[in-house]
Design a binder for this molecule. Sequence first.
Ligand code: NAP
Length: 563
Amino acid sequence: MSSVRSSQSQHPLSADQQDFDVVIVGGGFAGLYMLHRIQQRGLRVRLYEAGSGIGGTWFWNRYPGARVDVESMEYSYSFDDALQQEWSWTERYAGQPELMRYINHCADRFNLWPNIQLSSKVTAADYNESTRDWRVVTDGGDSVRAKYCILATGFLSSGDIPKFEGLEDYQGNTYLTSRWPHEEVDFSGQRVAVIGTGSSAVQSIPHIAEQADNLVVFQRTPPFSIPARNGPLDTEFEKRVKAMYPEWRRLQREESRGGFIAVNNEPTPANDNSAIAVSEEERLADYEMRWQSGGLCYYSSYIDLLTNQQSNDTLAEFIREKTRQRVNDPEVAELLVPKGYPIMAKRLCADTNYYETYNRHNVQLVSIKDAPIEKLTANGVVVRGEEYAVDSIVFATGFDAVTGAISRINVTGSNGQDLNDYWTGAPRAYLGLLSAGFPNLFFLDGPCANGALVSPMLLSEYQVDWIDRCLEYVGFGDDACVEVQPEPEADWMQHMHDVSKGSLLYLADSWYMGANIPGKPRALLSYLGGLESYRRQCRAGEANGYEKLTVTRSAEATLASGG
Ligand code: NAP
């Protein structure tokens, strides 16, 4: 097993390494796979990563209980069969430390380290129209040129503590789930508050409750949460999947809608029926079968769960009833039961003993739905005039999702166009990959692709391969340039709008809509057409020499393809 590296193992750029074919920003799963592809082409490439280690979301989100909510056998690279055959996961859903071991193993295996610069946050990227390349600047003073710039900054990577009144006055310890310390945090003997009840809270609360003397959870919106049913990986299941891995991956991509193909360890294609077109008996049997399987496999249940309120209600009610059964005190249970928004309009949570934690004598739930947190004081949190004194506060308050990390880089395209200005109101990106006015700049797992509702691994591998083919086509010589014009971009945005018409996603204040961040424009940030449709559109985008893009091929690329 490889060790987890740190910035100490890295060498700063030397003076003769200021020009690259490709600069990649972000060392999570997507950025690292992109790096691998570019390295395979023998090109000059540099990957900048803000953290002192690789892993992206898994590097930062090391809170107690952090683990993936997609099955390990499905949440892993599929591009290298030897890797997927040789690697063995220990748990059905890998925990954060195991995910870090995996990603570091991959960096070793594919010899990625020489081209990774850790502890380097990219602050600006400027396009030079005359040289048709990008200048990329980091907070460490690097300033390099690259023909192509690829932003792989992650769609859940910008976490901030909300601006609670009195935040500065609080004298205890504060923790943000998405910036968890590397040293062990021990809550033994402490009074602890957790603010927020999304996926990060749902995973961490049971662990914090076991350590702390007292835990108070401040809940604004109760989530829908399904038992993950985590445990040691079933070795028979592992063998079966490995025996058919290429086919398993195909099923994930083509038959599952979002990548969740395993239900009760069986590959189970997405259900194309309407939830209300089948008998109640059949419907409940499907919901119960998925409940027993655990986790997020409801995403591949009835096709209209996110487009038909009546259908959605059937599942929401099923889960509400299950939730009630997990909590002893009926009053607490009613507070925990999610209401007022459609199920899956916020991302489902997958939990281990989340609701059962509220049956403990040392855990208190405070609903702040009707009375928000008034302020923090030196001692704790004030709600309805009552002070909850605590030694530590854990903020599990989420992310400026999808666009947050990109918006923190000053990206300037043609004619001095600022990307944040261009995206005022809502981000615009053709296939979620390129924006008009920003030649030779690509996004991985960015806005306007279907990052929100599919297994992120599937999407990013697909996008990396698409970009890799596109770069091969355009080439790397001085002239090489690829750009999307406003019209195809507008067509994609229209398509994105058309497929989302009637979606119940609009009815929740979620990160899918940018609605969790005060002041962020409310806009659908992701493509809802499903992975297979996305892949079809991307393939069409490659047809006839990328006819929807404006391409100047460099001589070597034209020669290589025979003209
Ligand atoms: P989240 O789902 O956005 O949850 C944030 C929580 O903080 C919500 O309960 C929110 O309440 C609350 N909150 C935010 N601002 C608040 C305020 N000012 N006062 C009181 N409460 C406030 O964020 P997350 O839990 O970090 O999860 C984000 C996404 O990351 C997930 O949806 C999932 O896609 C991913 N994730 C995945 C895993 C996994 O793989 N296992 C684990 C963690 C996260 P409201 O709902 O009322 O806004």
